[in-house]
Design a protein around this ligand. Structure first.
Ligand code: NIG
Ligand code: FE
Length: 417
């Protein structure tokens, strides 16, 4: 399909010289064009500019079947990239809510057999069909709120069979969904009860059985470890990442959510694409991340839902780091995949300006999925994944008017959804 969107009140996050990510003070720059048009053909962004120049566009004139969309009063954004989710899961966990309200910590709930292990039990019993069906519904929900690319992790299986089942579902979702999807193997999400007294044995199982099988079926793009207090140690993480990288699986890890775990440093050591959570980030972690190719990724939904301390986003940006923000959509710590809400949390809770928050949820999360050459901004040659807002007065309105869906229509791969 070829589409021309005309009379766009403001076309947001445009790039003529594409960048893979934006860091430090650059994050406060957001290029936009007022009263703009956007031309899409064969799934790709082919041209954009000011409305007054549209009549001179040879490209627009040369396209025969061109669907016109009038966006008077509305804005166009690049779709959000959500670089960290666990959205394939068997059942919600609202019952744990009661324990949480009563004040039990995430770790205490996990120790009582709740949390990840509770979901893993249900994962054993559910069929691939049921998992696929419920995940497709969640994908549809986030799509309508403006997400165009999403990373999905395994990690609720915790046995070779169950982990493979989850990853096969994610592989199927890649072909069934119009969203761009990346898959991450997270066998090291929690230590199953039967390995409690000998966690090394479970790490060996991940290294010797799970990773080779995941690789032989080409089921994952990345490898993840929950490197934190009470979960996997730096030594475990070192061994698992080392094993995964032998099969070409680049790390993207859970780090420093519960403590100064050493997760950031071990992630950087293995050139992780991202280290995620980062509530416990101090000078040493910032120093390790500077001059690395690792994207520091904050997950505001989890910190908000679990009432945790907030990662020092401002400090990180002021030190010159890039910052990405993703949803962590999962049934335990962040039961929402609404990236518009993440945009609001970025500014309300983490004091990012609207410009920084938009960069954190588009181009920097695209980088954290290795997709910033094709997604994350409005740029000629990039995939046409965009959304048109309802009429709004300014792009700053997006984080400000929190909680409601301001995406009115969605275009993915150049197709109206
Ligand atoms: O990213 N921190 C570790 N894992 C998930 C939580 C998963 C769950 O509780 O089910 C997270 O927050
Ligand atoms: Fe997570």
């Amino acid at each position: 399909m070829n589409i021309i969107i005309k009379n766009i009140r403001e076309l947001v996050q445009v790039e003529t010289q594409p960048k893979l990510k934006v860091s430090g003070h650059e994050m406060s720059t957001l290029k936009t064009i007022k009263n703009a048009y956007l031309l899409i053909s064969d799934g790709i962004i082919t041209e954009f500019g000011k409305m007054e120049n549209l009549q001179n566009s040879a490209k627009a004139a040369s396209i025969k079947e061109l669907k016109e969309i009038d966006a008077t009063g509305k804005m166009v954004f690049p779709s959000f990239c959500d670089s960290h989710t666990h959205l394939v899961y068997p059942a919600s966990r609202e019952i744990e809510y009661i324990d949480k309200i009563k004040g039990l910590s995430y770790e205490e709930i996990a120790k009582k057999g709740g949390g990840i292990l509770n979901t893993a039990k249900k994962m054993q019993e559910i069929s691939e069909e049921e998992l696929t069906e419920s995940a497709l519904q969640r994908l549809n929900e986030i799509k309508l709120m403006g997400t165009g690319a999403v990373e999905i992790k395994s990690g609720y299986g915790l046995t070779p069979d169950s982990e493979l089942k989850m990853l096969r579902v994610i592989k199927r979702l890649k072909s069934l969904s119009s969203l761009t999807i990346k898959a991450t193997f997270l066998g090291a999400h929690a230590i199953p009860a039967i390995y409690k007294s000998n966690p090394t044995e479970y790490v060996d199982l991940i290294i010797n059985e799970m990773i080779p099988q995941v690789a032989s079926e080409e089921l994952a793009d990345y490898i993840d470890v929950f490197c934190d207090r009470g979960f996997f140690t730096v030594d475990d993480t070192d061994r698992i990442l080392n094993a995964g990288m032998k099969y070409g699986l680049r790390p993207k890890i859970h780090a420093n959510e519960l403590d100064f775990s050493g997760g950031v440093q071990v992630g950087v050591k293995y050139n992780a694409l991202s280290v995620d959570h980062l509530e416990y980030t101090g000078e040493a972690e910032i120093k390790a991340l500077l001059n690395s190719e690792t994207m520091p990724t904050i997950l505001p939904g989890a910190a908000f839902f679990l009432n945790m301390i907030y990662a020092p986003a401002r400090k990180m940006i002021e030190a010159g780091l890039p910052v990405a923000m993703a949803s962590d959509f999962n049934p335990g710590s962040s039961p929402s995949g609404n990236m518009q809400l993440i945009l609001s949390m970025a500014s309300i809770l983490y004091k990012l300006t609207p410009e920084e928050a938009i960069n954190a949820t588009t181009i920097n999360t695209a980088y954290a999925m290795d997709l910033s050459e094709e997604l994350g901004s409005i740029c000629v040659g990039k995939k046409a994944n965009v959304f048109i807002t309802c009429p709004i007065p300014s792009y700053q309105f997006m984080p400000y008017y929190y909680g409601s869906n301001k995406a009115e229509s969605v275009i993915l791969n150049g197709e109206i959804q």
